[in-house]
Write a protein that binds this ligand. Sequence first.
Ligand code: ADP
Length: 233
Amino acid sequence: MSQLKIENLTVVFDGKCVLNDVSFEVKKGEYLCVVGENGSGKTTLMKCILGLIPLKKGSVLFGDGTDGRSVGYLPQQSTAKKDFPASVEEVVMSAFLGKRRLPFYNTKMREKALDCMKTLGVLALKDSSFAELSGGQQQRVLLARALCASSGLLLLDEPVNGLDPTATKQMYDVIKQLNVKGNTVVMISHDIPSAVRFADRILHLSHNGCFFGTVDEYLLSGFGDGFLKDGAK
Ligand code: ADP
């Protein structure tokens, strides 16, 4: 069953074509890694999926009861956000800010937040200050927030950026666990060896055309050769 279908997506900024006729489909429960050099349009693609950028041409279609508002989004982290003055629980609960009808959270929302914190291993930190956590802990809290907002589709923009090797491994493991439990994952990554290890399919954006296919097809295509290290798979 299709969870996300992108057809002939074209985005132009100031007369410059950033995405040119990009098409791909993500089935429910799949893990797609989006790779490509800086400036190839990976973040722009995510913003199109979230409905934040007007499309010049093409379409973004959601399946299985998902829409742009029920996508769990983990944005690229900036230093400013790391100092966010709130508790872990408040950060996770903010997933519901645009969805509640009354100015407070209901029991179902609180229960979902606790469940997501437990899944991400941050429940014991729920009353801690978000700003005082390690980078790895902060990313797991933000992933718990994305999971709370999601109805099954997670969009993750470079979730291991800036993490040390231990925290990176923990983050990749927890993302894979979420995927094994049935969440569909679309992840932007610069780390092609890890992308081919964890993902089912790869979308490689480039100024000279793009590749979309299974990991095996990607490895045969030669598209990522310059980025792959020996023994990546
Ligand atoms: P990536 O995530 O692959 O590094 P981006 O999607 O951030 O690439 O950016 C792709 C290109 O689009 C870059 O050249 C960037 O400068 C340009 N771009 C991104 N957002 C805008 C915008 N809002 N207005 C104009 N140009 C933009």
